[in-house]
Structure formats: structure tokens, C-alpha cells
Design a protein around this ligand. Structure first.
Ligand SMILES: *Cc1c(COP(=O)(O)O)cnc(C)c1O
Length: 388
């Protein structure tokens, strides 16, 4: 097999890896795109005579392997694993790394579903958790206990776009002998590479920017630690929440254009954040690209650009925020994020309803935007009419 056919590339440029890493031309046909191997089992050449190691698609499937190798390359890790959803990936990670009696530090503005996984599911299995402001490394250090095994971080966070210093938190984790997990969903590996900054595991909801077209639900784990990667892969197979072949194919397809999409998401979000700052009905704008954002300097240090998510508070409270969401026409009212189309939502009643009454509660007058890649003038005009 030529180097080109193996999907191995010497380039370390992200844009090249995104298209080629782990994505060899198909051995049988030369198909330039890895086919959708919609298959459960594989003919063996004699008992135990596997072709390419494939025996059953929960354990491994060539379409998923292509994605998993690509994910590992993009995050600069050794092992990538693809799951049926972001939460399935998180569940696998937590059940691999934790046991009853262990403790985890989680952020005070975690994704609602991640918080629910800790508070309603994992806690019942004897794992304790506490909440810390992860933008303050000292607060995280103070939250550590002898039983702490993991520090969980999302940066930028959801929905308040808080920024945590990955390098500093990796230092806190290393000193305490605990592991640092970074949910890199909001940034994507194009903008931020947590493993290079000292994180042990990267988590993704590939549903978002990686897939990028609002047509698939998926998740991923990537680690640079060979032994941990093996353990996670063992649990992935043992627990079974793998990405199906078509879903894996869609995520791979999305990733090929991640760099160009992200460039446009970032440019559009920057324009929109600046318009909102100047808008008389907007009381607060959350976007790490704004110089006045509390995490701007750290974001500038650890991110290539500032991402496509913008949140803001409006004058007039909860009803006013809901009304802005209802009046938007080009921005589609909906949950999720990271697709080519712009979305608008009210976190308090939608994505973050499950954290109401907890330390993670979000402001009632908050509106969250997932800024798409449409013409920015159309997006600006729509928001202005929604805010009128
Ligand atoms: C969506 C999301 C998740 C969960 O992923 P699913 O694919 O919906 O299971 C986790 N973390 C973040 C930051 C998310 O936005």
C-alpha cells in the first residue's frame, strides 16, 4: 500500500489533516471517500483469520476507524473514539475513569446535559461532584479533595462563554495527581488543542461544529495517553454506545470543511458581537473576542480565534428575551449549535432548563446565538429587527 493509500500524511497542517488523516482511498475500489460500511459482521478467512482486524462492528467498523484516526490526528492525540452522542462519550469516559467514592470537580457553567449526567446519573453510582468557577485556577485547587480523580472543564463554556486557562488547570491537575478533561465542543480542534496544553482527555459533541450541518448526533473522546486510550476503547466496546457507520461518515464529511466553516463562523460572530455591544436594548454581551470580556487574554493565548457562539442579555427581562427569540426569522429558533445555519435560543427555558435552581442557573434574560455562515449583513439585519 502506498503512503497515500494508507491515509498517512506527513503534513501537520490542520486543513490537510482534516481532509486526509485516517481517510485512505478504499483498498478494494480506490474510492476517494471512505465508504459507508453498513455492515455488522465480517467474513473470516479461517477461524480467527480477520481481514484488517474487523470481526464485528461494535468492536470496530472501517468507516468509524477512518473517523477515529482523523479525530486523533486533529486533536494531536494517539487514540480517538467515536460514539453515538456526546453524552455517550462522556458516560464512557466517566465509567472508565471513576469508581464509587471518587469525586469530580465540574464547572459552574457546564453544558446542561453534562450537569444532568453528573447530578442525576453518575451520583447514584456513588460518585460525588462539586462545582467550581474553572476560570479561576485557585478556586479549582480549593475544590480538590483527597478523593478527587477528575477536573472537568468546558472552554469556552455554555452558554456564558466563560474562558478557563487550560495550561494553568493542567498544572493544578498534575500537581494533585488528578486528570484534566476538556470539553472542546465550542472551540473545535481548529481553534484550540487542549492535549497540547496539558489536558489528558478531550471530549466532543461531534453533533456541533465537527459534523457542522445539523444532520447527525455524535460524540468523541481523544487522548494522548496510550494506556488510557486502550482502557477507553475497551469500555467503548464493552458498553457499546458506538457511532454507527452512516453517522461516522457524516461526521468525517463535516470535518473536511471544518477549517473554512470555522473561519466564517468566527468572522460573523465577531461582527454580530460588536453590533450587539452598541445596541441600546442589549445590556450585556458575552463573546471572548471582545477586549472587555473577562477571559479575552486567556482566550487569545489558547485559541486561534474566538468561535461562533455569542450570548447576550436584553433589557426587559425574561419576557423580552423570549420575544427576541420569537421575532427572529433568519435565525432559527432551536437548540443545538455549530451548524452552517444560524440558531437562536433562550437557554433558561430551553437548553439549560435542567439546571434551574442549581449553582449553574443562567440569567433569565439571556439569549444565545449559534452564528452560522450565512451573509453577515442578513444576520445583522435579522437581529436588529428582532431587537426593535
Ligand atoms: C451538545 C453538547 C454536549 C452533549 O452532546 P450530545 O451530542 O448532544 O450528546 C456536550 N457538551 C457540549 C459543550 C455540548 O454543546
Amino acid at each position: 500500500m502506498s503512503d497515500q493509500d494508507s491515509g498517512h500524511h506527513d503534513s501537520e497542517h490542520f486543513e490537510t489533516l482534516a481532509i486526509h488523516a485516517g481517510q485512505p482511498a478504499d483498498a478494494g475500489t480506490g474510492s476517494v471517500v471512505t465508504p459507508i460500511y453498513q455492515v455488522s459482521t465480517y467474513k473470516q478467512d479461517g477461524v480467527g483469520g480477520l481481514r484488517g482486524g474487523y470481526e464485528y462492528s461494535r468492536s470496530a467498523n472501517p468507516t468509524r476507524t477512518a473517523l477515529e484516526r482523523n479525530l486523533a490526528a486533529l486533536e494531536g492525540g494517539r487514540r480517538g473514539l467515536a460514539f453515538a452522542s456526546g453524552l455517550a462519550a462522556e458516560d464512557c469516559l466517566l465509567r472508565t475513569m471513576l469508581a464509587p467514592g471518587d469525586h469530580v470537580v465540574i464547572p459552574n457553567d457546564a453544558y446542561g446535559g453534562t450537569f444532568r449526567l453528573f447530578a442525576k446519573v453518575v451520583e447514584r453510582w456513588g460518585v460525588d461532584w462539586s462545582v467550581a468557577d474553572t476560570s479561576d485556577p485557585q478556586a479549582v485547587r480549593d475544590a480538590l479533595r483527597p478523593e478527587t480523580k477528575l477536573i472537568w472543564v468546558e472552554t469556552p463554556s455554555n452558554p456564558l462563554l466563560g474562558i478557563s486557562d487550560i495550561t494553568a488547570l493542567a498544572g493544578v491537575a498534575r500537581q494533585a495527581g488528578v486528570r484534566l478533561v476538556v470539553d472542546n465542543t465550542f472551540a473545535s480542534p481548529y481553534l484550540q488543542q487542549p492535549l497540547a496544553l496539558g489536558a489528558d482527555v478531550v471530549v466532543h459533541s461531534t453533533t456541533k461544529y465537527m459534523g457542522g450541518h445539523s444532520d447527525v448526533v455524535g460524540g468523541a473522546l481523544v487522548t494522548a495517553d496510550e494506556a488510557l486510550g486502550e482502557e477507553l476503547a475497551y469500555h467503548q466496546n464493552a458498553m457499546g454506545a458506538v457511532a454507527g457507520p452512516f453517522d461516522a461518515w457524516l461526521v468525517s464529511r463535516g470535518i473536511k470543511t471544518l477549517a473554512v466553516r470555522m473561519d466564517r463562523h468566527c468572522a460573523n460572530a465577531d461582527r454580530i458581537a460588536r453590533m450587539l455591544v452598541a445596541h441600546p436594548r442589549v445590556t450585556q454581551v458575552y463573546y471572548p473576542g471582545l477586549p472587555e470580556h473577562a477571559g479575552h487574554e486567556v482566550a487569545a493565548k489558547q485559541m486561534k480565534a474566538f468561535g461562533g457562539m455569542v450570548s447576550f442579555q436584553v433589557e426587559g427581562g425574561e419576557e423580552a428575551a423570549v420575544a427576541v427569540c420569537d421575532r427572529a426569522r433568519l435565525f432559527t429558533l432551536g437548540e443545538s449549535l455549530g451548524g452552517v445555519e444560524s440558531l437562536i435560543e433562550h437557554p433558561g427555558r430551553m437548553t439549560h432548563a435542567s439546571v434551574a435552581g442549581s449553582a449553574l442557573e443562567v440569567p433569565a434574560d439571556l439569549v444565545r446565538l449559534s452564528v452560522g455562515i450565512e451573509a453577515v449583513d442578513d444576520l445583522l439585519a435579522d437581529l436588529k429587527q428582532a431587537l426593535r
